[in-house]
Design a protein around this ligand. Structure first.
Ligand code: BV8
Length: 250
């Protein structure tokens, strides 16, 4: 257990990975706490392409409910601490989040990779039209793609989210690896916050960071599945423990 702040000097490059735990204190249910039943749905029924294929209405009701829940929340002190550190470190900072709730963006983080996509972006399930910002709720009629309709076919819109069994978006891992490679000029620190370390490839990031010489920290309310890969473990709730760990607590 470590309780001293992470040293963030002018040689430090900081790569942060956040999970659902950083949004818990904003009032959003975490993935694990729901014991695999997510808002009363089995994950494979609502966060997998097969589930969307089988029952697109159920999936759109699930994501509409999560759009409503996330929109009703506010970023917390954990999100704000990361905004503060980004201001200090600039391009020596990169935030990778597994969360799709957009709370990091609403807090003011800019150097963010939304590894699993966003609740507030929609795309066509079939054509190559670019994903687009979307806050609408689809609890009755299923949304269809206008571009496909104009081309004489019918295709459903879907959340721009990486579902289980789907690959990550192209370029995200390249950007993360490029950041780690550049960080070799200085001292790379990898910090995971609020994640159970179960879902891959995100849970493998700590190993990649250590292969790039990183010092690895985990801040979490409980030990994580991949906890043994970290050099330091800070047990705590991120809204309070993260500002202290980063030295941004007022
Ligand atoms: C891929 C979007 C390959 C959805 C998410 C069998 C078949 C297919 C794939 C697999 C398989 N077996 C394994 C896999 C791989 C699979 C995987 O890892 N499965 C796990 C369950 C074993 N991964 C995938 O499928 C990935 N894709 O492998 O593709 C491929 C490659 C090429 C070509 C084709 C295919 C895709 C994974 C992405 C899935 N999508 N999200 C949505 O959100 O709607 S993942 C989902 O889980 C969320 O994003 C969530 O963030 C993420 C991980 O969970 P955590 O964030 O860690 O949240 P969790 O609740 O688990 O933990 C929270 C932690 O916080 C807890 O430890 C808690 O103690 C702590 N905490 C709570 N409160 C606080 C706190 N800590 C601090 N402060 C607090 N206040």
């Amino acid at each position: 257990m470590d309780n001293r702040p992470v040293q963030l000097d002018d040689r430090t490059w900081l790569l942060v990975l956040t999970g659902a735990g950083i949004s818990a204190e904003s009032g959003l249910a975490t993935f694990r706490d729901a014991n695999g039943l997510w808002e009363n749905h089995r994950v494979e029924d609502v966060a997998a392409p097969e589930g969307f294929e089988r029952d697109p209405s159920l999936v759109w009701r699930f994501y509409s409910q999560r759009r409503t829940a996330a929109s009703a929340c506010e970023p917390n002190a954990g999100h704000r601490a990361l905004v503060e550190v980004e201001r200090r470190l600039g391009d020596r900072f990169l935030l990778v989040t597994q969360n799709v709730d957009a709370l990091h963006l609403r807090a003011g983080s800019e150097r963010v990779i939304e590894l699993h996509g966003s609740l507030f972006v929609t795309r066509c399930s079939r054509c190559a039209r670019p994903p687009f910002p979307d806050t609408r709720l689809y609890e009755d009629a299923l949304p269809e793609c206008e571009a496909c309709r104009k081309a004489g076919r019918r295709s459903l819109l879907r959340p721009h989210i990486v579902w289980f069994g789907e690959p990550l978006f192209p370029g995200h891992f390249d950007r993360i690896e490029a950041f780690m490679g550049t960080a070799r000029r200085g001292r790379l620190v990898f910090l995971a916050v609020g994640t159970s370390g179960v879902v891959y490839p995100a849970a493998g990031l700590v190993n990649l960071a250590r292969a790039h010489g990183a010092e690895a920290w985990l801040l979490n309310a409980e030990p994580a599945e991949n906890g043994s890969a970290f050099d330091h473990f800070v047990r705590g709730r991120s809204a309070e423990a993260l500002p202290a760990l980063l030295g941004t607590a007022r």
